[in-house]
Design a protein around this ligand. Structure first.
Ligand code: ADP
Ligand code: ADP
Ligand code: ZN
Ligand code: ZN
Length: 760
């Protein structure tokens, strides 16, 4: 690799200086990142960008910040281990602006998350007629403003008693179908201990009083003698309401939440009709609009309405709200409305919303770290986002961006290119310098930037069509479209035009046979590995068993082969009084998970631990079983040859997970696949690999639908469906259908404009 040690003598007031970084695959990386500048980190997927930027710089910043707190505060904060690095200096407070969803609660909206709604509340309380009081009277998150019926949620939940109670059964037989009320469970014991019921009588044969007691509870209450977490009896509805409905659903486990949904129906609140506020707040008008009208207007529309306000007490507040709304529009979110729940935003939308919050702040001297901010953005909107990155820098901040998009790379003052390839073949800085020099560099990124685009020749002929008729969910305007089978179709259009609504919601709901290939976790258990995912672990265990004439269970760390000290976890956690538990590598197995006794059995001269440490590339030739070779070979084919057979799936990046899923699909035919922005996290040269894989799927007789903005993918389609013309209310129509060549002549399409520019 290149020796960057010359750089490290730099002044930590002007540079973030890193020496000897070794997280994950990093090969003792030494690098200096200029402060008060935009640095873009590029490199193929798996080359080590996140390991350097997130696991090293961001973690160290957080750790240093925590060190500044007194011990009693520090003990309550998450613990950050010092990253594997010899020296790191000059990091300022880092803010990571990622794509994780914002807040978990139904009470968080675009308006509350950006604080624009709080300005509007003050506006209504001062300038609206009649005023309902001060500003909290317009907050649906306070008792003063919330609708009394739905408590400010805009929705009411009703328990579906028919689903909840199986009348053919008795309480002892499990008449209560909600899993947490099953016989023997704590809550069930309250019903049993009440003495109100014959536990063996089917509920359908209850007297009217017994039924009322079960569902609503007796009018005069019942004191319970048996000890338990309950002191008095409550009916099924009250209990369910209190335990599962009158609380933030996000505080429940995913499993419980799902069960709750199964036994309840949600409807718009009959009192406020979804407006969340009480009648006094909703009665206030400003220039003829209620605050709920405001919450339902798209950002761009609301800017117009606010611009017309001339009430002396309102002008300044309106101007303040307009400034925030303009930032939302500039970042490509002009199609959202303030009342939109943040839990329904996509990852890219959530990230851009967070960005708006920081742009509004006057902090300087911070380090902002972005994880692929171009996600979800059409090329038309990338330019606007670049301006925001520039503004952050110009305010005196350091901006670090992990990104692959050509247009984002061009905004960099400095580029750090990682490589040369992925995993063990990566982990080095292969180029540092300006974008102009990168274009001439002999690295995967340099080569990709020099390449000229072309549209595909040899368009495939569809084998048939799948129809969508009259779709009108969200912003879709009665969309009817024919989706060809047996070819690669790309759905495109600016952010908010309706692509996900059409494909992932409307179409996917009508075609449950569709296989969604996303980047989400594959069984998040740390015990899953590439070979267990591909279903060859069994064959590997049997090969070991046969070679040694012993039981195959010995070669599983989930079974008889588990290390006797740690039970196959590879680590041990010690509970320390008054302190965070401490996790250390298991001393018996050194993290291998297998008991050392098992390692005496070998196959081809290697123990099970040694075999699982082989990379897929190495392992293909190691096995003799044809099926095993083929499946492990599929890992190499999808470009994951560098993964070891036993690497926990929880450590895989989104792009790596997606390819692993595709590896499992190779060789199948007649399937219908949907991929939503599969280029996320992928370098330009990884996109070639992805396109080859999609071609293979199609050529094997499958239908592939892709939602994308990436021009290389659009130019490679057999068929393009372009939605627009713009986002939100101004979108929701099909503006173009046809081949890439035909798209070049389309007039009413932003996508066409950018494809023409790309082909230059
Ligand atoms: P990039 O951000 O460039 O896509 P990453 O830094 O995420 O790359 O990953 C670099 C390499 O380190 C990959 O091979 C990845 O599988 C590996 N890796 C990432 N996280 C972990 C982890 N927690 N444990 C082990 N290996 C990891
Ligand atoms: P795209 O995938 O093209 O970016 P979407 O299908 O996500 O567009 O969004 C299309 C429109 O539907 C936008 O106006 C968006 O705000 C709206 N929308 C999407 N999801 C929801 C939802 N869960 N609730 C309300 N509106 C939604
Ligand atoms: Zn209500
Ligand atoms: Zn162990």
């Amino acid at each position: 690799g290149t020796d960057h040690r010359g750089d490290v003598a730099r002044d930590p007031r002007k540079w973030i200086v890193i020496d000897g970084a070794r997280e994950h695959n990093l090969r003792s990386v030494s690098v200096a990142i200029p402060k008060d500048a935009i640095t873009v980190f590029t490199g193929v997927s798996g080359s080590g960008k996140s390991s350097l930027v997130f696991s090293t710089v961001a973690v160290e910043s957080q750790r240093q910040l925590n060190e500044t707190f007194p011990t009693f505060v520090r003990n309550r904060l998450p613990r950050y281990e010092k990253p594997e690095v010899d020296r790191i200096e000059g990091v300022s407070t880092a803010v990571v602006v990622d794509q994780k969803p914002i807040g978990g609660s139904a009470r968080s909206t675009v308006g509350t998350a950006t604080d624009i709604y709080s300005i509007i509340r003050v506006l209504f309380s001062r300038a609206g007629e009649p005023s309902a009081g001060m500003a909290t009277a317009y907050s649906f998150n306070t008792p003063e403003g919330a609708c009394p019926r739905c408590d400010g949620l805009g929705r009411t939940t009703t328990v579906d008693l028919d689903a909840m109670i199986d009348k053919t059964k008795s309480l002892n037989e499990g008449a209560l179908r909600f899993p947490l009320f099953a016989p023997g469970m704590v809550q069930w014991q309250m019903f049993a201990a009440s003495g109100l019921f014959d536990l063996d009588k089917p509920v359908g044969r209850y007297s009217e009083t017994e039924w009322r007691n079960l569902v609503y509870g007796p009018d005069d209450g019942v004191q319970l003698e048996r000890s338990g977490p309950w002191t008095s009896y409550e009916g099924l509805l009250d209990k369910f309401q209190r335990l599962y409905l009158n609380r933030d659903l996000s505080s429940l486990s995913a499993r419980t939440r799902k069960a709750v949904q199964q036994f309840t129906t949600q409807g718009v609140c009959p009192l406020c009709h979804g407006a969340r506020l009480n009648q006094a707040a909703l009665a206030t008008k400003l220039d003829g609009y209620t605050i709920d009208d405001y919450a339902n207007m798209e950002v761009v529309e609301l800017v117009e309405v606010l611009g017309k306000i001339d009430h002396p007490l309102g002008v300044q507040l309106a101007a303040q709200a307009i400034a925030g709304l303009r930032r939302l529009d500039e970042i490509g979110l002009g199609y959202l409305h303030l009342g939109r729940e943040t839990t329904t935003l996509s990852g890219g939308e959530a990230q851009r919303l967070k960005m708006v919050r920081f742009l509004g702040s006057s902090l300087t001297g911070m380090t902002y770290i972005f994880d692929e901010p171009s996600v979800g953005l059409h090329p038309r909107d990338v330019g606007r986002m670049n301006r925001l990155l520039t503004q952050l820098r110009d305010k005196g901040n350091t901006v670090l961006v992990v990104e692959h998009d050509r247009d984002v790379i061009t905004v960099a003052d400095h580029v750090v290119d990682m490589g040369p390839a992925a995993g063990v073949h990566g982990g080095e800085v292969v180029f540092e310098g300006t974008v102009a020099d990168l274009r001439a560099a002999d690295t995967a990124t340099g080569r990709a930037l020099r390449r000229r685009s072309a549209i595909k020749s040899g368009i495939r002929t569809p084998t048939g069509y799948l129809k969508v008729t009259g779709a009108s969910l969200h912003n879709l305007c009665d969309v009817s479209v024919d989706i060809p089978t047996g070819v690669l179709t790309v759905f495109t259009g600016v952010a908010g035009s309706g692509k996900s609504t059409l494909v992932s919601e409307v179409f996917a709901a009508e075609h449950p046979e569709a296989i969604i290939v996303d980047q989400a976790g594959l069984g998040t258990s740390t015990r899953s590995t590439p070979v267990s995912h591909l279903g060859v672990m069994d064959a590997i265990r049997k090969a070991f068993a046969a070679a040694n004439s012993v039981d195959a269970g010995l070669f599983s760390f989930n079974s008889k082969g588990a290390c006797r000290a740690c039970g196959g976890r590879g680590e041990v956690t010690a509970d320390m009084a008054f302190m965070d538990p401490v996790t250390t590598v298991c001393e018996r197995c050194h993290g291998d998970r297998y008991d050392p006794d098992v390692l005496g059995y070998t196959l081809g001269g290697k123990s099970i631990v040694e075999v699982l440490a082989l990379t897929a590339e190495e392992a293909v030739d190691f096995f003799t079983d044809r099926a095993v070779r083929r499946k492990i070979g599929s890992l190499v084919e999808v470009g994951l040859g560098y993964l070891t057979l036993g690497q926990p799936l929880s450590s895989l990046s989104g792009g790596e997970r997606q390819r692993l899923k595709l590896a499992g699909e190779l060789g199948k035919s007649g399937g219908l696949y949907i991929l939503d922005e599969p280029t996320t996290g992928l370098h330009m040269s990884d996109i070639d690999t992805l396109l080859r894989l999609l071609d293979r799927l199609v050529d094997a007789g499958n239908t592939v639908l892709v939602i994308e903005h990436d021009l290389d993918v659009i130019e490679h389609a057999d068929h393009i469906i372009d939605l627009g013309p713009d986002g939100g209310r101004h979108g929701g129509q099909v503006v173009f259908e046809g081949t890439p060549a035909q798209l070049l002549d389309a007039r009413n399409s932003y996508t066409a404009q950018y494809v023409r520019r790309d082909l230059g």
